[in-house]
Design a protein around this ligand. Structure first.
Ligand SMILES: [Zn+2]
Length: 178
């Protein structure tokens, strides 16, 4: 995975770009949590599931269908007052879906671990993109404070933070002009 920090930064940047007005505080909290949530499946290592198991790390919980189920659940739990299928409701649903799905897609750009079951439960193969520039993040905190950890942060800065900052700045300029 890219690190927890980077997945959350993706959420914050995405929230900033979202063209929906008057977003409540829970929108921001969810923007931080949802892109990180799929990695809760690392619990599977501690309960002894093999990596390639359906429920294991980078399995079903990292898939695109799971992202959709989670986005729908979030809408029903936290945005009950929004009118169903209104433009705002649809935008929020798509936003939460893309945000959660981004996790598995970004993991598919990492250079280690097992691939991502992007289409689970319909098709359970594990996938990577052919281009994998992101240093895979170690599991566990100890390994993180090492040369490996530094390499991870540097590669994420280059591939996520930098494009994110450029995107935000250019949007600011764009909004001021038009
Ligand atoms: Zn992950």
């Amino acid at each position: 995975m890219p690190t927890v920090i980077t997945h959350s930064i993706v959420g914050l940047i995405a929230g900033k770009i979202m063209p929906v007005k008057n977003l409540p505080r829970r929108f921001w909290v969810l923007s931080l949590i949802l892109p990180v949530l799929p990695d809760a499946d690392i619990i599977s290592f501690y309960i002894g599931l093999p990596y390639e198991n359906f429920w294991a790390h980078r399995g079903f919980f990292h898939s695109i269908p799971f992202a959709f189920i989670l986005a729908l659940t979030v809408m029903f739990l936290f945005f009950r007052r929004e009118k169903y299928f209104s433009r705002r409701w649809n935008s929020l649903l798509i936003y939460f879906f893309v945000l959660t799905a981004s996790h598995g897609l970004f993991d598919a750009l990492t250079n280690g671990g097992l691939g991502i079951a992007l289409f689970s439960p319909f098709e359970n193969s594990r996938y990577f993109f052919p281009f994998r520039p992101i240093e895979v993040s170690p599991i566990g905190v100890k390994a993180f404070f090492s040369l490996w950890g530094i390499r991870v942060i540097l590669s994420e800065m280059l591939w996520f933070w930098l494009p994110g900052i450029i995107l935000l700045l250019s949007m600011r300029v764009f909004r001021r002009r038009y």
